[in-house]
Design a protein around this ligand. Sequence first.
Ligand SMILES: C[S@@+](CC[C@H](N)C(=O)[O-])C[C@H]1O[C@@H](n2cnc3c(N)ncnc32)[C@H](O)[C@@H]1O
Length: 467
Amino acid sequence: MGRRKLPLIENLEITDVAAEGKSIGRYNDMVVFVPWLIPGDIADIQVIRKRRKFMEGYPVNIIKYSPYRVAPFCEHFTVCGGCKWQHLPYGKQLEYKQKQVADNLARIGKIHSVPVRPIKPSAKQQYYRNKLEYTFSAMRWLTSKEIENNGEISERGALGFHIPGKFDKVLDINHCYLQNEFSDILRLAVKKFALDEGFSFFNHRNKTGFLRNLIVRNTSLGEWMVIVVFGEDKPEDIEPLMFYIRDNFPEITSLMYIVNTKVNDTIGDLDVKLFAGRDHIFEQMEDLKFKIGPKSFFQTNSEQALELYRVARDFAGLTGSETVYDLYTGTGTIANFVAGFCKNVVGIEYVEDAINDAKINSQINGVDNTIFYAGDMVNVLTPEFISKNGRPDVIITDPPRAGMHPDVVKTLLDASPQRIVYVSCNPATQARDLEMLSEKYTVTAIQPVDMFPHTHHVENVVRLELK
Ligand SMILES: C[S@@+](CC[C@H](N)C(=O)[O-])C[C@H]1O[C@@H](n2cnc3c(N)ncnc32)[C@H](O)[C@@H]1O
């Protein structure tokens, strides 16, 4: 039996944006999700998936462009998975992010009467990231032009970003607007050297090849960390590349490499070898320094992270006498950031290396009123833990996208701090948790912050007071 042919919807007007950077139109009471379009566009949409209440499709023909459209600035737009909103003016992006927060909090969190403060825009809308991880691939993503031309494909190696949903295909990046342009200069030079030397690029299907990743990090102090990940332990080839980078890029503060012969790409369990400089770089926020090692997590937009932390500290309303818990503390950045404004801080995080960094960050800043624990929140944050460490007056929580485990929310309700500051990168799970917390807490302030211009991602900070 042949497959049912899915419809082509003609003249669909896009009316809103949806999760994951998609846009929405309505057709016969059904929601239609489409990539790459923006509100105001009218297009013919080929449906590729049909469910009871919604359809998914892709644009085959744009009939009329939205009056809001601006020209995308990047040559890789629509092929690369990043910066999907660059055809939407920044003001409109902010408007939709603000709306995303308000809609989720109203629909899921049942919060209707607290106004959402105007989102804090990012001062930098390009070159704002402090970390990029480029991937080498033996199978470069070919453009439709290259395929149409049907000619010789000159070079198959790529150094860039994975094509969304394709684990084995990498888009070769010429210019990227996400990190200071030194990152571009370095990436292009490394690729050229590797090609000239005839080094093999990783084949993600059969998991072979010499060059796997290039990780580039920088800080507002002008420090650079570069890590090359090799798929084969061949010192005779590793050394020439590392010497080439060291000798040609004296700007690099920390030059390291990793040999990863495993099937998976994770480097958390691997040895990092220092080749030149120090094994860390420093970031500075206000008068605090943060040490960033090769495996440390740090918010990827440093300038906006500072804005975010200031909002969190302000919402915490500290007077100097409080015991503060910083849940999901990562490398203890928020904990150290508020330590000077309260009696003491207890930080919890499950990555042990991050907790070690958190302790070092307290040490190098002369902060002596923090204590950090490593472990899964559900297991660590128990009534016994709270009696041992002191009942919190304020809890700051910054969970991953999935939000908090229901048992953790329950522990928060039992601990009943006067104030909770909830920092989130996912307004939907945040709204779900807020609804649970409404048993004892009232939301008194909502402040979204834009950390990632040209993407649909939004960070949101909510203050809750004990009823
Ligand atoms: C959004 S990050 C917050 C990091 C930190 N607040 C900052 O600004 O740098 C969330 C953190 O939660 C940690 N995490 C995720 N699940 C966890 C769990 N079940 N228990 C403890 N920590 C967890 C992650 O390792 C990550 O460091």
